[in-house]
Design a protein around this ligand. Structure first.
Ligand code: SAM
Length: 277
């Protein structure tokens, strides 16, 4: 017997008492066509295991379950949403696995088998730390299709010498090819946030770097962008031997962090690592 039709998202929210909570970054997508469009940005999903963080009332989750994905694993912190998500799982014959918990504390790679993709309308307050964590294990994922507030999305895809270029761009682009996939006005969400949102599609590079190199890059970019208006010979002093480091990397000490390419930052990180080992 076919499953009974799903209630509208508005009915689902009313029935499960999911009045949006600001502290949880809850801005819901209620337009099914828009959710389907977001799911399609992550294509192909055929046979893929998809991690969704923050399913909430499940608009995007429905779209992912309507795709040919093998399974959707949804991690949600808000206990109020769990029963409704379980109902959704029944409707889609067990292809939805719901985990109640904090995505920041979960090892995403261990949660689902390959081939893995991440698709999520992220809570704004934890979007950046979640991305940084996933970058450390990016080789485990085929792609990450992630909604952030637009300014964060700009910071992920930014090129050197532009307004938004900084640590997040270097770390993201060191591990992934990143592109802006879609910009959304506040009115696309309920309730509307104060700012525009945007979806970034990240495709990790095939080769996984030595985790120690990524750690060195995190250290170098923290020092360089921590004092971004200063010349590198001064901002990198905390690393020790800044002048020698810059000379070995063939980078002028009078340059500022925002002018360095990802390749130049990588060269500095390699030298820091070689020096330590
Ligand atoms: N995916 C839904 C949608 O698009 O309508 C909801 C997106 S809403 C922007 C963010 C969701 O993340 C909320 O459901 C919120 O409860 C959940 N959330 C917030 N912090 C979380 C965390 N640390 N771990 C897992 N989920 C979290």
């Amino acid at each position: 017997m076919p499953a009974p039709p799903l209630p509208s998202l508005a009915e689902h929210i009313a029935r499960h008492g999911l009045a949006p909570r600001k502290a949880l970054g809850q801005h819901f997508l209620l337009d099914a066509a828009l959710c389907a469009r977001i799911a399609s940005l992550a294509a192909p999903l055929e046979g893929r295991h998809v991690l969704e963080v923050g399913p909430g009332p499940g608009g995007l989750t429905r779209a992912l379950l309507e795709s040919p994905a093998a399974e959707v694993v949804a991690v949600e912190l808000d206990r109020r949403a769990i029963a409704g998500l379980a109902e959704l799982g029944e409707h889609f014959s067990g292809r939805l696995r719901v985990i109640e918990g904090d995505a920041l504390r979960i090892d995403a790679g261990a949660l689902l088998p390959a081939p893995r993709r991440i698709v999520a309308n992220l809570p704004y307050n934890v979007g950046t730390p979640l991305l940084i964590g996933w970058l450390r294990q990016a080789h485990l994922f085929e792609s990450l299709t992630l909604m952030f507030q637009q300014e964060v999305a700009e910071r992920i895809i930014a090129a050197p010498d532009t307004e938004h270029y900084g640590r997040l761009a270097v770390l993201s682009q060191f591990r992934c090819a990143a592109r802006m996939a879609l910009r959304l006005p506040p009115g696309a969400f309920s309730p509307p946030p104060k700012v525009w949102s945007a979806i970034v599609h990240l495709v990790p590079h095939a080769e996984a770097p030595d985790p120690a190199l990524l750690a060195a890059l995190e250290k170098v970019t923290a020092a360089a962008f921590g004092q971004r208006r200063k010349m590198l010979r001064s901002s990198l002093k905390s690393l020790g031997g800044a002048e020698a480091l810059l000379e070995a990397a063939a980078i002028e000490g009078t340059r500022r962090a925002e002018t360095l390419s990802v390749a130049e930052f990588t060269r500095l990180a390699e030298l820091v690592l070689a020096r330590a080992g």
